[in-house]
Design a protein around this ligand. Structure first.
Ligand SMILES: *Cc1c(COP(=O)(O)O)cnc(C)c1O
Length: 371
């Protein structure tokens, strides 16, 4: 029996400690230059991400939620439009629709926790104008089917790829399929900064131009106001930190995939669990494992037991699906998602985890099921 370990679900302090000296230099350099708003670090970061994911335009914004609102507005959303999205997502996905005057329409998700074209198709009405697939947990939906559905019904696609920077479907990056995509740079995201941040990506020149206006008070390059806009810029300091972190990003993804492989290997035989697809489960998906979200029998008891063993776990979105927020006016039943939601649990997944810690987690999950 291993002695008790203490493994928090997320470990911001450990991640900072590993890079502290370099990060202090980066921040000192930015302050010494007095370069805070829309300076070269933002431009460099936008360029770096664009090259990495193969997107023509990348625009830094203040956070991912703003990014979705700006992307929808740049794509021409109108009040009253219906936007189809999964219920297994963060409230921000639905809130972005709400704040453009559109209506979020919530649907079921498939067995791998991703929304399917089939579920989306059932919800299409004459008011439907957008599909908003969510690339949840760092996996990318079957985008062949979703793009085909969009084409068939003449709908625009805006991807909530908040959790999926570097994730791919058939070799193509999340965020680059539709008219625009969004990435969040929230601290707990795979590429996180020291506060809020986000990106909008698009291959459409007109949309990109509009996004740049909307994030900066509607001002063009000469500073002339050409339309109503927001104050939603990615801070230059955050961009400098992100440029530093981005150098190690492919290795971070690899490490996450390695940990997912260890979980798969160590827990794959347990009949009480349904694991997310493993890193090499099929050739179509390249998952970056923003989260390791499994399904578990006796989920709440397992969570309590792991806590007693010093292991932090989380139930995503605090256990509430978007359509279950009655206070927001939703009144709908989505039985498949609801049933799965009672079994979701996320195990620790970040690059400060050691192999010993991952093995300890595996050992304790097995011990709970007496396996
Ligand atoms: C994190 C997240 C968002 C919101 O991003 P912020 O940067 O926190 O505004 C939206 N959708 C999903 C699926 C997310 O995980």
């Amino acid at each position: 029996m291993a002695t008790q370990m203490n493994i928090p679900f997320f470990n911001y302090q450990a991640l900072y400690k590993n890079q502290r000296d370099d990060l202090l230099k980066v921040m000192d350099e930015v302050c010494s230059r007095g370069a805070y708003i829309l300076q070269r670090d933002v431009e460099e970061f936008e360029k770096n991400v664009g090259e990495f994911i193969g997107a023509k335009h990348v625009v830094g914004v203040a956070n991912g939620t703003d990014g979705l609102i700006i992307a929808l507005r740049a794509a021409g959303v109108q009040p009253g439009d219906e936007i189809i999205m999964p219920t297994h997502t963060y409230i921000a996905t639905a809130a972005s629709a709400h704040f453009t005057g559109a209506t979020p329409v919530l649907v079921e998700n498939g067995p791998d926790h991703m929304v399917t074209a089939k579920a989306m198709e059932k919800a299409i009405t004459p008011k439907t104008k957008f599909l908003m697939p969510v690339q949840v947990n760092g996996r990318t939906c079957n985008m062949d089917e979703i793009m085909a559905l969009a084409k068939k019904h003449n709908l625009k696609v805006i991807e909530d790829s908040a959790q999926a920077l570097g994730s791919k479907w058939k070799g193509k990056n999340a965020g680059t399929f539709g008219m625009a995509g969004m990435f969040s740079l929230y601290p707990a995201k795979v590429l996180g900064c020291f506060g809020d941040g986000g990106l909008v990506v698009t291959n459409d020149d007109q949309v990109a131009k509009k996004v740049r206006l909307l994030r900066d008070h509607g001002r063009d390059e000469e500073g002339r106001v050409v339309e109503w806009g927001l104050n939603s810029r990615l801070d230059n300091m955050q961009a400098a930190v992100l440029n530093y972190k981005f150098k190690g990003y492919p290795q971070e993804i690899e490490r996450r995939r390695e940990i997912a492989g260890m979980y798969q290997e160590g827990l794959g035989d347990l009949s009480q669990l349904t694991l997310p697809p493993g890193p090499n489960a099929d050739g179509d998906h390249f998952d970056i494992y923003q989260n390791y979200e499994l399904e578990a029998d006796q989920r709440d008891e397992l969570k309590t037991y792991l806590k007693e063993q010093g292991i932090g776990t989380i139930v995503q979105w605090a256990g509430t699906l978007v359509h279950q927020f009655k206070t927001l006016g939703f009144n709908q039943s989505l039985p498949i998602a609801e049933k799965m939601n009672e079994r979701y649990l996320m195990l620790p997944m970040h690059v400060a985890l050691s192999n010993d810690e991952v093995n300890y987690i595996i050992e304790k999950v097995r011990a709970f099921y007496k396996a």
